[in-house]
Each structure stands twice: as C-alpha cells, then as structure tokens.
Write a protein that binds this ligand. Structure first.
Ligand SMILES: C[S@@+](CC[C@H](N)C(=O)[O-])C[C@H]1O[C@@H](n2cnc3c(N)ncnc32)[C@H](O)[C@@H]1O
Length: 299
C-alpha cells in the first residue's frame, strides 16, 4: 500500500490539488450531483424521508442544483485534476444520469481526449421509474475513461463478479462438448490457435448491469444503508474496483458522499483517498468507516 487511507473534508479540486507530488491514482470514481434541482436530505430516524428534501426529510446533505452549465463548469477542472493524478493504467468512472450525462461526455472528451474514452456502463438501479414524459427513466450511466489512451487502462475479467452466464440459446447452440470432468465447453479457432471456453465460467460481463439493485444501499432494512441520499450499493463499487485495480492500488473518490467507494476499497485491500464538500457526508462516511474498523487519516 502506498500510504495510509485519507479522508478530506473539502472541495474535490482542493483535495486533488493538495495531494503530494508523485501521488498516483489507479482508479477514480466520481459521482457528482446530477442537475436535479433539489436539496438532497438524509434519513436518520424512522419516518424521515431520504432524497429530495420535503416536509418529512431529515438533515440536508448537499445541494444538487438544476443549472447544468454550472455543474459542468464545476466538473471540468475536477476531471482535469483527476487526469493529472492518474497512473498510466488508471480508469475514471463518471457516474451521472440522463439530465447531464451527454454534456458531461463532451466535457470529459475535451479533458481526456476521445481516444481515452473506454466506453459506458448502463446501470439499472431497479428502484422504480422516473420522469413524467416519454419513456420512464430506469437507468443511470457511467462513462469510463483511461488516463489518455484506452488501450492502457487495466481491465480484469478473472472474478465471478466480472462475468455473467452465457445466454441459454448460446449454451444450447455452442457448448456441445464435455470434458473428462463432465464440464461443458466450446472451442474456437482464431488465427490458427484453439481457445476453449467453459459454460460454467460465464462470459465477460457486458455493459448493461441489471443485477445490482440500489435497494440494498437505500432501505433501512439493509445493513449497508446509511440514510445518505444517492448512496450507491457496495456491490456496484466492488465490481468497479475489482475490474480496474489490484491489491495495494490507490482508489480515489473526491465526492464520496457516504463513503461507499472508500469502504469497498479498504475491504478489498486497496488504499483510498476520499473527500467531500459536505460536512454531513464526511460525518456519515466516518461513522461508516469507524464501524467497519478501518483506520484512516482525516483532514
Ligand atoms: C451523488 S452524491 C455521492 C454519493 C456517494 N457515491 C455514495 O455512495 O454515498 C454527490 C456528492 O458530491 C458532493 N459534492 C458536490 N460538489 C462537490 C465538490 N465540488 N467537491 C466535493 N464534493 C462535492 C456532495 O456533497 C455529495 O455528497
């Protein structure tokens, strides 16, 4: 590990600028406000409502303003600050929703260059649909960038969380051979070389993720729920951290909210650098890390 875990109360730009020279980030997860136009509030007591603030809400956690231009103006230098700190094999995930993701893509392309755009993940939180017009919105988007060239970004596929079952039709059509242990497989010959694929190993995970319900992070019935608005499920971050980093690597989340990324990174043997501008976020993240017995430096 390249130093102690670090949690900073402050603006993302300052958190990044204050890192010692030579600090290299191997993964950045950035989950900013989405341009909702609301004060986002906590649920801390039974009966309180979490999310957009209204009559029964708990304490305000942060403001998610409606002005997308202001959001992008805030994001652009943060993205540039992240890029300047990323290691050669690093990835950055920018998590947004339909309101501003398209303009954020243009902004991020400007910062990283189009060659650095690795792709996008569509995540369906499964917590109901949104929007009064057109098709109800049931997904969020994560834009993935490499430091400057997508070919250099690390991507691992060697964990069950990073694989999914083959489609039943594909299994039926292609997986027709059985080895001495009774495992079904198919073989493909590419450029004169034979590759064997086992049905039970599944295939490389695709870019549409429907198997991680947001509910796990947001219902008070579940252990991981902190009551923080827009808290993301630990499983979502576990997938991202496992896919793009190795043990001992540094994972940064300068808008960490309730600290989901930080907790997951620590649990998986990665070092974290986290920060948030909201005092309520920092208090929530600290409570969560302390409860898990994670030691860190706080600034
Ligand atoms: C969508 S929430 C993050 C939720 C988090 N991923 C979680 O799992 O709890 C967005 C966070 O960005 C923080 N934020 C907004 N602008 C910021 C800035 N300029 N610098 C640092 N944090 C900021 C907010 O306080 C809020 O906690």
């Amino acid at each position: 590990m390249r130093g102690p875990h670090l949690l900073v109360h402050g603006d993302a730009l300052a958190t990044l600028a204050d890192l010692p020279a030579g600090e290299a980030l191997d993964l950045v997860y950035l989950d900013p406000p989405y341009g909702v136009g609301a004060v986002m509030a906590m649920r801390e007591r039974p009966g309180e409502a979490r999310g957009r603030r209204h009559r029964t809400s708990g304490r305000a956690a942060y403001v998610d303003g409606r002005d997308v231009d202001a959001l992008l103006a805030m994001l652009e230098p943060v993205l540039a600050g992240c890029r300047d700190r990323m290691s050669e094999t690093a990835s950055l995930y920018l998590h947004m929703d339909w309101r501003a993701v398209h303009e954020a893509k243009v902004t991020a392309d400007r910062v990283f260059g189009r060659r650095a755009f690795v792709g996008e993940v569509i995540w369906t939180p499964g917590n109901g649909s949104r929007g009064a017009r057109g098709f109800a919105v049931t997904h969020q988007t994560l834009l993935v960038y490499a430091r400057d060239d997508r070919k250099r970004a690390r991507h691992r596929v060697d964990h069950p969380l990073l694989r999914e079952p083959y489609a039943p039709t594909s299994r039926e059509m292609h997986f027709t051979k059985v080895d001495a242990d009774g495992r079904t497989f198919r073989e493909r010959v590419v450029a004169g070389k034979t590759y064997r694929y086992y049905a039970d190993e599944g295939r490389r995970l695709g870019s549409v993720w429907t198997d991680i319900p947001a509910m796990t992070a947001n219902t008070p019935l579940r252990r991981e729920a902190t009551g923080y608005p827009t808290q993301k499920p630990e499983r979502l971050l576990e997938r991202i951290v496992r896919a793009t980093t190795l043990e001992g690597d540094t994972v940064a989340d300068p808008m960490c909210g309730s600290g989901t990324t930080l907790l997951v990174a620590a649990r998986l043997g990665r070092r974290f650098i986290g920060g948030d501008a909201s005092a309520v976020a920092i208090e929530t993240a600290r409570r969560r890390l302390d409860a898990a017995g994670v030691a860190y430096q706080a600034r």
